[in-house]
Design a protein around this ligand. Structure first.
Ligand SMILES: Cc1cc2nc3c(=O)[nH]c(=O)nc-3n(C[C@H](O)[C@H](O)[C@H](O)COP(=O)(O)OP(=O)(O)OC[C@H]3O[C@@H](n4cnc5c(N)ncnc54)[C@H](O)[C@@H]3O)c2cc1C
Length: 429
């Protein structure tokens, strides 16, 4: 529903190596596992299946890295989107909540582990992710997150007001850090992972939109404009860009458009006072503030708009004002040198989903803004599952039918406008 210009190079693409696109599909092929979608979920799913010893084909409708996986902020976070580990027990039951929490707790290590395994230079920094609190209410919530993850066995730390404000270079009341987390250049990771799985034997076809699914005796035949792939198992990893390939699937998610912006490289003096130790940070404002350095010392942040007219100028101005308010050491509003936008998928229960759409046809994803680490971790599990190495019962999430978002058209409008209300709430808080 949202048009995003994916062809104009943005910060992450400008600072990554160029990838020569794989060919588009022009034959009738057969394989064991077919993956549709070349973001983190699809690439990791293809790898998980290939590592399990089966033949794998991946179709990407545009180019690898053109969607959320290549355009996001780059925060690699082993923590749920807004929820505490205990809160999934009521939704999922004890055993699945435990498995989902394990997946999320280890997701950042999976992501950084893939970079290490394949020698991918994604400008990775695994110096932790900090979530600071700015009110008494958010402080209590941050303390809950910290205490629950600590009890779960995750490596986390608590910082008091003085320590957190010193580390971030901005006044906060306290907060917690997840040590295995960090930040990357997500485009470099996406194309690096695509190259790696091709070397492992996965056949990738780009600029090949899957347009039709046909049930055949041995599984499914997936049609593109000029070719087809017959496969025993098909994984749809199309996330926020899900189209009408499978009826009703796009009503299981709410696409949310957000923008990113980056400063010019900060001076050494500024860097000595801001984000000490090079952590990734996202705070607990309703109108979320998040930041980390890129490889060259730019501050990379972002936000969203209620209305998208004049989006670029307004986006740059909004982030510049937020950074000025957050970091005294900037000495005023920084010039925002880079701007780009992207779309991700949110769901009301804030947890990823695994849908069995039909025998041999599954969909997985929906990370509500936390899909960098979780997408790679869940994707690999989905690939192993499709290759027969995991049963439904062993998966980190229950395998369900499609869970459609109630009142979908209204929910999409509300989710993309609620931001105005968030700002009001922040002002009163
Ligand atoms: C601006 C922005 C900032 C974000 N920041 C963060 C962050 O800092 N940390 C974090 O954890 N998460 C963040 N997210 C969310 C995260 O990027 C996503 O959750 C994650 O990348 C989803 O990965 P995916 O592979 O499931 O989907 P995608 O990366 O969206 O990939 C889906 C792919 O499927 C393809 N596709 C769709 N339909 C078809 C079809 N019919 N045929 C063939 N191909 C098809 C699309 O072209 C696309 O390439 C952010 C998202 C955005 C947009």
């Amino acid at each position: 529903m949202f048009e995003v210009d994916w062809k104009t190079p943005h910060l992450w693409r400008k600072t990554s190596k160029t990838r020569t696109a794989s060919p588009s599909l022009s034959d009738a092929l057969e394989t064991d596992v077919l993956v549709v979608g070349g973001g983190f979920t699809g690439l990791a799913a293809a790898l998980g299946a290939r590592d399990s010893g089966v033949n794998v084909v991946l179709l990407e409708g545009n180019e690898i890295g053109s969607a959320a996986s290549g355009r996001n902020n780059g925060l690699v976070i082993s923590h749920h989107s807004k929820a505490a580990p205990s809160e999934f027990k009521a939704i999922l039951g004890e055993s699945h909540a435990e498995r989902l929490n394990s997946l999320v707790a280890g997701a950042a290590d999976v992501a950084f582990g893939l970079m290490q395994r394949f020698g991918i230079d994604a400008h990775q920094v695994q110096e932790g992710w900090i979530q600071p609190a700015h009110t008494e209410v958010t402080l209590a919530r941050a303390r809950q997150f910290h205490d629950e993850w600590k009890a779960f066995g995750a490596q986390v730390s608590w910082f008091d007001q003085a320590e957190i404000s010193r580390r971030i270079g901005s006044p906060y009341l306290g907060g917690w850090m997840v040590h295995n987390s960090g930040h990357i250049n997500p485009y470099a990771m996406t194309v690096g992972l695509a190259d790696a799985i091709e070397r492992e034997g996965v056949r990738i076809f780009e600029n090949t939109r899957a347009t039709r699914l046909e049930k055949v005796a041995r599984g499914w035949k997936v049609h593109g404009a000029q070719g087809s792939v017959a496969a025993r198992e098909v994984i749809l990893a199309t996330n926020a860009l899900t189209d009408d390939l499978w009826p009703g699937l796009k009503r299981t998610m709410i696409p949310l458009k957000v923008f990113q912006a980056a400063t010019e490289p900060l001076t050494p003096d500024q860097r000595a006072q801001i984000l000490i130790g090079n952590p990734a940070v996202s705070d607990m404002h309703n109108d979320l503030r998040y930041f980390h350095y890129d490889r060259d010392g730019r501050l990379v942040s972002g936000a969203t708009h209620v209305f998208w007219h004049d989006e670029e100028a307004r986006g740059r101005a909004k982030v510049a004002a937020m950074l000025k308010n957050s970091f005294k050491a900037l000495g005023g509003e920084p010039r925002m040198a880079e701007y780009w936008a992207g779309t991700f998928a949110v769901v009301p229960d804030l947890k990823p989903h695994l849908f069995r759409l039909a025998p041999g046809l599954v969909f997985g994803g929906l990370y509500s803004g936390r899909g960098v680490a979780a997408g790679m971790a869940l994707g690999q599990e989905m690939g192993r599952w499709a290759a027969g190495r995991r049963t439904d019962a062993e998966m980190p999430l229950p395998v369900t039918g499609m869970a459609k978002v109630p009142f979908h058209p209204v929910a999409v409008q509300v989710a993309n406008r609620v931001h105005a209300w968030h700002r009001v709430k922040d002002r009163f808080a």
